[in-house]
Design a protein around this ligand. Structure first.
Ligand code: 13P
Ligand code: SF4
Length: 318
């Protein structure tokens, strides 16, 4: 079917079903353009909680749709491809978190939203790349916290808090594989460019960045910046919106490997199929859902403008 026909059918069905289409910033361009909202994990969680739509079509990976289902048990949450997962989310189990709690009694367990529902259910609170520092610092009485599953987000957060941060050793295969040499090469090729990176990158890569942000934090920063050339240290899908919002600025990915193949599993045809058939549907068993919701709700009470998660090198201030 032609893209135009598919789009038309999607548009008819989304009205009929009273559906909202949410898309992560890494989604393919045509899906971002079609969505009612594109955003980072924090923005999408907030929108999923607040929407009055009957159906949420989640264009992203499984943990994101699961988060929407945890927050909205009464709504139909669809993930157009059930195979769209996040390898990092599968690097820790609920059993692992139970053992961490035995090993570190009384210490808040702060779980990145890139995790499965049963892992969230065992956690004190969730966090995203946009609010991890605020979440950690919200535990005013605690001198130590445990962060899981992303070691790089934990190490980055640790640099911005007085607290001792213990962490699990998970990682995002896409961001974790970025090497310091890639940054040196890109800087040599584009000496006037600003390099911005996602906190899922290794510390040695982040140390070379001019700014560290969640995906929406990057979008906000680039729009506000007077700079015109950016090296992007996160998944390529983000460049679609960056270009759209800033047609006169230039963006290059730090490396060609910055593709999350799970994010690209969602297609327009699969969205149409989901809207027609109200499947594949994401649900979470009620006892797990209730506990996971507590961890997410606690996170959502912490005030932070999305994209506030930023640290700058002096280069950007001077
Ligand atoms: P954001 O919440 O910053 O969009 O990140 C989600 C993610 O999966 C990054 O790899
Ligand atoms: Fe997971 Fe990495 Fe893909 Fe984000 S980019 S969804 S962390 S695999």
């Amino acid at each position: 079917m032609q893209n135009n026909n598919v789009l038309q059918e999607i548009n008819e069905l989304r009205k009929k079903r009273r559906a909202i289409i949410l898309a992560h910033n890494y989604q393919p361009g045509p899906i971002q353009d079609l969505a009612d909202l594109t955003g980072d994990s924090l923005e999408l969680s907030r929108k999923a909680k607040d929407t009055d739509a009957d159906v949420i079509v989640f264009c992203g990976v499984r943990f994101m749709a699961e988060t929407a289902a945890i927050l909205n048990p009464q709504k139909i949450v669809l993930l157009p491809d059930l195979e769209a997962g996040c390898p990092m989310a599968d690097m820790i189990t609920a059993g692992d978190v139970k053992r961490i709690k035995e090993q570190f009694p009384g210490i808040p367990i702060i779980t990145y939203v890139n995790s499965n529902a049963d892992v969230k259910a065992e956690s004190t609170i969730c966090c995203t790349s946009a609010n991890s520092i605020n979440v950690v610092n919200s535990f005013e009485e605690a001198s130590e916290v445990y962060m899981a599953p992303d070691q790089n987000l934990a190490k980055y957060t640790a640099k911005h808090t007085e607290k001792k941060v213990h962490h699990w050793n998970g990682f995002c295969p896409i961001h974790h594989n970025l090497k310091v040499e890639y940054v040196h090469e890109a800087r040599k090729k584009y000496p006037d460019a600003v390099f911005i990176a996602h906190p899922e990158c290794k510390p040695e890569v982040l140390d070379l960045a001019d700014g560290v942000f969640s995906t929406s934090g990057m979008i906000n920063y680039v729009s506000e910046s007077e700079e015109t050339f950016f090296i992007i240290g996160t998944e390529m899908g983000l460049i679609h919106t960056l270009k759209k919002n800033n047609p006169h600025k230039t963006f290059v990915p730090l490396h060609e490997s910055l593709v999350c193949k799970d994010m690209k599993k969602i297609t327009l045809e699969k969205i149409l199929y989901s809207l027609k058939n109200l499947t594949p549907r994401i649900t979470v068993p009620e006892p797990i859902r209730q506990k996971a919701q507590q961890a997410l709700d606690r996170m959502l009470t912490i005030k932070v403008a999305s994209g506030d998660y930023r640290s700058f090198s002096s280069k950007l201030w001077s």
